[in-house]
Design a protein around this ligand. Sequence first.
Ligand code: MN
Length: 426
Amino acid sequence: MPITANDPNRKTWLETNPDTDFPIQNIPFGVFLTRDDIITIGTRIGDYAIDLGALHQLGYFKGIDLTDDIFLQDTLNDFISDGRKTWRLVRNRIADIFDKENPELRDNENHRKHILFTMDEIEMQLPVQVGDYTDFYSSKEHATNVGTMFRGKENALMPNWLHIPVGYHGRSSSIIPSGINARRPWGQTMPEGATEPVFGPSKLVDFELEMAFITTDANALGEPIPVNEAEDYIFGLVLFNDWSARDIQKWEYVPLGPFLAKNFASSISPWIVTLDALQPYKVEGPKPEREQLPYLQYKGNKSYDINLEVYIAPENAAETKVSTSNFKYMYWNMAQQLAHHTVNGCNVNSGDMMGSGTISGPTPDSYGSMLELTWRGAKPITLSDGTERKFINDNDTVILRGFCKNDKVRIGFGECRTKLLPAIKQ
Ligand code: MN
């Protein structure tokens, strides 16, 4: 089925800014609270939030096989379970409804009143109930940088790294939408030169610039997903900040990997940009440096050219861009990650979230964490207000942004914005 919603020549009757993240070619999905305190599933064009529950009740999805309440829910999980064919039909229909040439809703003021909200009238919620969250470690530059810092240049990459999309099972309960604050965590650390651990607020809170993909029900327990079918089960992507406490991490991670250093908060952008919308931005990925096992070998392009940026805004001061990276740098792509995740028969459900791992590029300004940008604090970053950062200070806001752009259309992800509050008093 063609993705007519991606037509680069389509224009909408809604007023949109030319460099919006949300032109009519995007049509992401999210969940929001309306001005009447009603929760609904919606989409966004320009600075308008569109109530899909109201559109459906008014008959605009006639002919598409949807249950009556599919959009009157507080998560997208059931809609995502309907599968790729339905996502595509709905996105194509939304594009038609808001097409400049289509008078049906454009000229119906009463319907428009029920369907359209301005962004300041609504409050974005988590788009899915995340059953399980997995975080990968798939940027070779990031793994090399961190390995160099902790083990030296010679042993930077672990022997398994070029053969396995390394990952761990994370914690879904602490995934928060953009706009919700995080707290500096308390924990156990082993200070440099000490012989006994200490307990206190983390001194080294960091962001991790990541993207996360959201899956549909993909497989029955015991049945792997082949790498070349994996993308059929990916609904879309969000920006993802995998908050990390480096001092806690360093002490606790042996031998089972990240635990309390990572599960105090992970932030996501609230609009899920569909994999369908990202099709025009597919690019070739990095060439494998070692031959990969057949179950990880794929055909065609499975990387995506998504520009990524990180900003830090101190309290009452302007933001400073601290990193410029790109999703295309990932050594292991999403299809390989999902194929690997299920190769042992592990089943994946609707609403599961898979983090990419920190996305660092080849140059020092493209590193995806403060750990790398300041090289463990050795090279502090000066912000535009003149203050220096080695890691994230109390009351700093970290903002991730992402967008794709070709000569015709720019589509973006909006923001993933989180303020770090001071540790609670204990
Ligand atoms: Mn991570």
